[in-house]
Design a protein around this ligand. Structure first.
Ligand SMILES: *[C@@H]1O[C@H](CO)[C@@H](O)[C@H](O)[C@H]1NC(C)=O
Length: 212
C-alpha cells in the first residue's frame, strides 16, 4: 500500500500548483469566456490558464503593466454566449467579437468597461435588449451592434456618451423612436435602418418607447 499512497501524494502535489496558479483575474475572466465558447477552428488553443497572465495568448493584447487592453476574436468562427466575467477586464479598450455565431443576451457587465473605446459585436445572433449600463462607457467612440437580433428600445442613456462617434444598430428588431439628443443628432439614418423604429422622436411629444 505504501508505494501506492506516496504516488497518490506526488500526483496531488503535481496537480495542486496547476490548479492554484490561475490567480490572475483577467486571465480567469478570459478562461471563463473560453469555457462558454465552441471553437471549431481552435483559435483559443493558446489560452493556457496555468500561465501567470494571459498576455502571451493569441488574440489577447496587454499594455506594459500586463493588463488586457484588446480582445481580438472577430471572424473567428466561435459560437456560444458571453457571461458577466468580461466585465472584469477593467483595462479593455477594444472588444472585437464581430462575425461569429454568438447568441444570448449582451451582458450588462460590459457597462463596467470604463476604458473601452471600441465595441464591435456586429454580425452575430445576440438577442434581448441593449444594456442601459452602456451609458457608463464614457470613453466609447465606436459601438457597432448591427446585424443581430436585438429588441427593445434604444436606451436613452446612450445619448449621454460624450465620445461616441459611430453608432450602428441597423438590421436588428429594435422598436420605439430614434433619439435625437446628444451625438444622436449626427448619426446617419443608415445606422438605424431595418428595425421596427418609428423615426426620429419629437422632443417632449412622442414617448421614446412608443410601439415597443
Ligand atoms: C466554422 O466551424 C464549422 C463547425 O462548427 C465548420 O464546419 C466550418 O468549416 C468553419 N468555418 C470556417 C470558415 O472555418
Amino acid at each position: 500500500m505504501a508505494p501506492f499512497l506516496s504516488l497518490s501524494v506526488i500526483f496531488l502535489l503535481l496537480q495542486f500548483p496547476f490548479l492554484s496558479l490561475s490567480t490572475n483575474p483577467e486571465g480567469n475572466a478570459l478562461h471563463d469566456l473560453r469555457s462558454r465558447l465552441s471553437d471549431p477552428n481552435n483559435v483559443l488553443q493558446s489560452w493556457d490558464p496555468t500561465l501567470v497572465n494571459p498576455c502571451t495568448w493569441f488574440h489577447v493584447t496587454c499594455n506594459s503593466n500586463n493588463h488586457v487592453i484588446r480582445l481580438d476574436l472577430g471572424n473567428a468562427n466561435v459560437s456560444g454566449t458571453l457571461g458577466p466575467e468580461l466585465g472584469q477586464l477593467h483595462h479593455l479598450q477594444y472588444l472585437e467579437l464581430y462575425k461569429n455565431d454568438l447568441r444570448g443576451k449582451i451582458p450588462k457587465e460590459l457597462g463596467n468597461l470604463k476604458t473601452l473605446i471600441n465595441m464591435d459585436l456586429y454580425d452575430n445572433k445576440f438577442e434581448g435588449k441593449i444594456p442601459k449600463s452602456f451609458g457608463k462607457l464614457k470613453s466609447l467612440k465606436f459601438l457597432r451592434l448591427n446585424n443581430n437580433e436585438l429588441s427593445g428600445s434604444i436606451p436613452r442613456e446612450l445619448t449621454h456618451l460624450p465620445n461616441l462617434k459611430i453608432f450602428d444598430v441597423s438590421n436588428n428588431d429594435l422598436c420605439g423612436t430614434i433619439p435625437v439628443d446628444g451625438n444622436f443628432g449626427s448619426f446617419p439614418m443608415e445606422s438605424f435602418e431595418n428595425n421596427r423604429l418609428s423615426g426620429p422622436e419629437l422632443k417632449g411629444l412622442v414617448p421614446y418607447d412608443f410601439g415597443c
